[in-house]
Design a protein around this ligand. Sequence first.
Ligand SMILES: [Zn+2]
Ligand SMILES: [Zn+2]
Length: 384
Amino acid sequence: MIAMNYRGPRRVRIDHKPYPKILHPNDAIVKVTRSCICGSDLHLYHGMVPDTRVGSTFGHEFIGIVEEIGSSVEKLKVGDHVLVPFNIACGKCAFCKQELYGNCHESNSQATAVGGIFGYSHTAGGYQGGQAEYVRVPYADVGPTIIPPDMDPDDAVLLTDVLPTGYQAAEMGGIQKGDTVVVFGAGPVGIMAAKCAWLFGAARVIVIDHIDYRLEFVKNYANCEAYNFKSMDDPVVFLKKATDWLGADVCIDAVGADAAGSALQTITGKKLLLQAGAATALHWAINSVKKGGIVSIVGVYGPTGNLIPIGNVVNKGITIRANQASVKRLLPKMIEHVQAGRINPKAIITHRVPLEEVAEAYHIFSSKLDNCIKTVLIPPSVRT
Ligand SMILES: [Zn+2]
Ligand SMILES: [Zn+2]
């Protein structure tokens, strides 16, 4: 089969790889019909995630058709159309029992923090991802969810990460009726977080980024205010001024380790790797939220430390909430929102690219060319 193959920072290509095998009775093999490139894949692509091994296939956002099942699989049958949450979860450990499916204790042998994730380095379990024709799906009775027959596959693939992650960002923000919510990052997850903030009763939603076409998109899609931090002297002062000098009720970091906007953070985090990337967005979130406010983090950071103003967190009495989205927990609600027409995830897809052109697709997405917001890779079998 063909699959995306990581060759080192900023180098990916298509290669032939062996067809995946059932390794455990609860595995399934899924024939991929669509996979996405995620903003967090760029952290891998840029070489910022520890233990990203040459030869890995990325891709944690995919849907497909069950091709083969292990002997103990009960909930799936060959031919089922499934969407597969990016978290790999056993369903039985103490954390899965609390519905913390992103923190499964069994799916990642290195797991002191994160559970297993498809195609997301050996730090997240070393699983192969779905930017391929076929993928092995462990714990097949837990994560994979039958796609409702009336659902567009382009919507379904965005339920594997983007929409639930944006929704959980808003949920962790504890948004109260009338709140002002600031979202840092107008990528796919920030766009969904801004959209979902209204569902929790926000009165005002402000998005901050530095890419004009994305700001324009989110302004229309999420019906919010959107500003370019490059046009400001200091985004923190701008946001204070915009909120009667009190600060926002809730700030959401939908950027993570690859942030632009601060020379100090870029040099220490991205050039010298003295910290887990550049925590610029988180820095701004902490300093822009009001006293007693909540900072919700869904942006991805590596395991090493970051330069963040922890003194301000203490002195302002800020609550910080953070996690990988618990996709399985949120799926029933997300499916309902999409079917009711409250959220139209597929509207963010700007590029549909043959899987064979994965190198070009990464380049376009990474360099923010061609007004790219979300790229879907289509394997050859779906195109014929
Ligand atoms: Zn993702
Ligand atoms: Zn578990």
